[in-house]
Design a protein around this ligand. Structure first.
Ligand code: LUZ
Ligand code: MOS
Length: 746
């Protein structure tokens, strides 16, 4: 296996992150005054005493912002600094710039703030009743769900609630700003979207976009938490530099990060599902109340993806689903791996359990007979192309000998320890649902020693996108991996990039890199064929750093071809632009083809529950996953394992609690439980064999988000082991909840 781009640097502690920047001597340190109430009004704010404290350079409130006090991206509803109203606990009110972080922190306490507290709303259903909405509700509908429901042999209804989730990226939010010549700014930011940071800094500082350069080397994790939520911190650093001319560091403490940044959206949903007596699902209806928090952020896009994934991996001919983004007094919730998809799939799997209870048909039978097949339509009109839901399902049964294993669990004797299993099929649409974002660019330079530097809009956040891009470049040019370097992601080299999100970083940027390399290779081969070898260019190839003529190696190494081409003034750099073809969507009819393709898979989960204590261990998860042709199986396996464990965390242990006043009770690393190494089950994974994907680079499939949803299986396996039944589904299934629910129902 070829050496990975970052592994050695990580292991030796040599990878550089934003906060590895050694602060220059005249560096400013920014800290923020966060609101201590969730909802209210600012009566007065007096920074005089704080401003005069030792080591304080500047303190700003909303009125001091030179450009617009606005960081909303889809909807302009989010001030960078609070004006009169406070909408959530942790909302930034003032920014303090000091000669040291400790001086700035001391001054925070000297700011005199008078506020009037108002009752907070944290329940999305209450926000909905009070008409606190981010945007009007949206409905996807196909067939006639109401009419069909009347003819169903079985109809089951219920309610399913899923909770928030903290991203818990190992590297917290961080940004550094440096003054550039002529009043411009250089920003280093831990962001998934450098072009979004550039745009927001431009807006807040009142500078043109070409005065702002954003550079990103890598992130220590993001998971969606730095798609929109990195903007504010980059703006604070930029403002410090803009207002004082000094470099500025803005790095959040873990507790500040957990307090002030948005999470996965909690959802509360009602469902009704109708089946015929054979167990075919005929109709599905749902209402999703999304808890958006205090501002839109990406909520409306996330809501849309909830609707797209309302029927999970299944075919349902009659669907009517409505979703509404409800404004509450929590932090503005944001993108998180799956982007509203997991919340929808949880509801549909819950509906299947209730349908099974009402009909007496087993869940696995219901799943099996309703998995979507090629040619069947999703509720948004797109027909499944090359559907592999059944292929993954069937391969799971065969490869992991499930009939035998399931029987052993079903026959497990009753006692203190009980066992549970579940099957969790996943089908996830790949493409940004905002069609504009499905574009990427690459800039590739060949240097005179034959080595290559590649710039794209992709952000390396630990997911291995740089490694995939290196492999694509190495493969396309026919040169070894060691000769290919991925550069930092920089807005002056690759402009107007989409955030690295929607699982599409390698698909989009990799394709652009491939196109640029194809152009370069063609240029070099044309030159060699026409000017040096007098042969048709199509007879030439490059392979293993050498030229081949009619499949025979020539005595011309790659490096020599590059030198000759340069000497003859051939252009050795190329830029390429890729936009995903054939995407369309009409929001008037809510129909179209929003996705380039779907990613499929199936996870089988087994666990053991201690019925006395409510504690459990997830013993084993076995996965069949459709990756098309994997570009790098180690990277892909890492994404599958990591996604699964993160999904299990969301469903079983990560619980975010608030007081009725909207004060978070779990905003510290000590009170919020994320999976650790001891909660990782034994994981087995097979990539579905002999499959291709013409819709993405080198026949591959995106891998970032789909495996997250395998974790939903753990919830239902726990419910089975605990013998919990009925129409009410609440996640996460913590040991405490299992214990309480078992007692309530027995
Ligand atoms: N981000 C985004 C995403 O802006 N649009 C999307 O459709 C999306 N999907 C998944 C994850 N992030
Ligand atoms: Mo996203 S949830 O940043 O792919």
């Amino acid at each position: 296996m070829a050496k990975m781009a970052d592994t050695e640097l990580h292991v030796r502690g040599l990878s550089r992150y934003v906060d590895d920047q050694v602060p220059p001597k005249n560096c400013l340190y920014c800290v923020i005054l966060y609101s201590a109430i969730a909802r209210g009004r600012i009566i007065s704010i007096d920074v005089n005493e704080a401003q005069n404290a030792p080591g304080i350079v500047r303190i700003i409130t909303a009125g001091d912002i030179p450009g617009e006090n606005q960081i909303g991206s889809i909807i302009l509803d989010e001030p960078l600094l609070a004006e009169d109203e406070i909408h959530y606990m942790g909302q930034p009110i003032a920014a303090v710039y000091g000669d040291s972080e400790s001086a700035a922190r001391r001054a925070l306490k000297l700011i005199q703030l008078q506020v009037e507290e108002q009752p907070a709303v944290i329940d999305p259903r209450i926000a909905y009743q009070e008409n606190h909405l981010i945007a009007p509700p949206r409905t996807f509908s196909i067939g006639d769900a109401d009419l069909t429901m009347k003819d169903c042999d079985f109809v089951a209804s219920g309610r399913a609630d899923s909770g928030a989730q903290e991203h818990f990226y190992l590297e917290g939010q961080a940004a550094f700003a440096f003054p550039a010549e002529g009043g411009g700014l250089l920003i280093q930011s831990s962001t998934q979207g450098p072009s979004t940071v550039q745009k927001m800094v431009s807006r807040v500082c009142g500078l043109p976009m070409n005065a702002i350069e954003v550079d990103v080397r890598r992130l220590g994790g993001a998971f969606g938490g730095k798609e929109d939520q990195a903007n504010a911190w980059a703006c604070f650093a930029a403002l410090g530099t803009k207002l004082t001319g000094r470099p500025c560091r803005m790095v959040l403490r873990r507790s500040e990060d957990m307090l002030a940044t948005g999470k996965r959206h909690p959802y509360s949903s009602d469902f009704t599902i109708g089946l015929n007596k054979e167990g075919k699902i005929l109709a599905f209806k749902a209402m999703y109340y999304q808890n958006a928090g205090a501002a839109a952020d990406l909520s409306t896009a996330i809501l849309e993806r909830t609707l797209f994934h309302s029927t999970g991996s299944y075919y349902v001919p009659h669907v009517q689903v409505t979703a509404v983004s409800c404004k509450t007094n929590l932090t503005p919730n944001t993108a998180f791996r799956g982007f509203g998809g997991p919340q929808a799939m949880f509801v549909f799997e819950a509906a299947l359990r209730e349908a099974s209870r009402i009909s007496g048909i087993s869940v696995k039978e219901l799943q099996k007979i309703n998995l979507i097949q090629t040619g069947q339509a999703f509720p948004y009109g797109m027909k499944a192309e090359n559907a592999r839901a059944q292929a993954c399902w069937e391969r799971s049964f065969e490869k992991y000998q499930l009939p035998k294993r399931i029987k052993a669990i079903e026959d497990h004797p009753a006692g203190r320890f009980s066992r549970g299993y579940s099957l969790m099929p996943v089908c996830f649409g790949i493409s940004f649902t905002n069609i504009t974002l499905n574009q990427a660019r690459a800039l590739v330079h060949i240097y005179l020693d034959g080595t290559v530097g590649v710039s794209t809009g992709a952000i390396e956040m630990g997911q291995g996108v740089n490694q995939k891009i290196r492999e694509i470049v190495s493969n396309t040019l026919g040169i070894s991996l060691e000769m290919v370097k991925t550069e930092s992601t920089n807005t002056t080299r690759v402009a107007n990039s989409s955030p690295t999100a929607a699982s599409s970083g390698a698909d989009l940027n990799g394709k652009a890199a491939e196109m640029a390399c194809q152009a370069l290779k063609q240029r070099i081969l044309n030159f060699m064929a026409e000017e040096q070898l007098n042969c048709p260019p199509e007879d030439l190839e490059i392979c293993a750093n050498r030229l081949y003529l009619d499949e025979e190696p020539l005595d011309i190494p790659w490096k020599e071809a590059v030198e000759k081409a340069y000497a003859a003034r051939v252009h050795l750099s190329a830029e390429a632009h890729y936009s995903t073809p054939d995407l369309h969507f009409d929001t008037a009819t809510e129909k179209g083809r929003p996705f380039a393709y779907h990613s499929y898979g199936c996870a089988y989960t087994e666990l053991t529950l201690d019925r006395l204590l409510g504690s459990y261990s997830i013993d084993l998860v076995q996965i069949i996953h459709d990756l098309g042709r994997s570009i790098n199986s180690v990277v892909d396996l890492g994404q599958i394992e990591g996604g699964l464990v993160q999904g299990i965390g969301w469903m079983t242990m990560e619980e975010m609690l608030h007081t009725p006043e909207g004060k978070p009770l779990t905003a510290t690393a000590g009170s919020y439980k994320v999976p650790d190494i001891s909660s990782v089950p034994q994981i087995e994974c097979e990539f579905l064999r002999d499959v291709d994907n013409p819709q993405a680079v080198m026949g591959s499939k995106a891998v970032g988000e789909p495996p997250f949803m395998y974790g939903i299986g753990a919830y239902f396996a726990l419910r089975m082991a605990a013998g919990i039944e009925g129409p009410r589904f609440e996640a996460p299934m913590t040991p405490e909840r299992i214990f309480m629910e078992m007692r309530e129902r027995n």
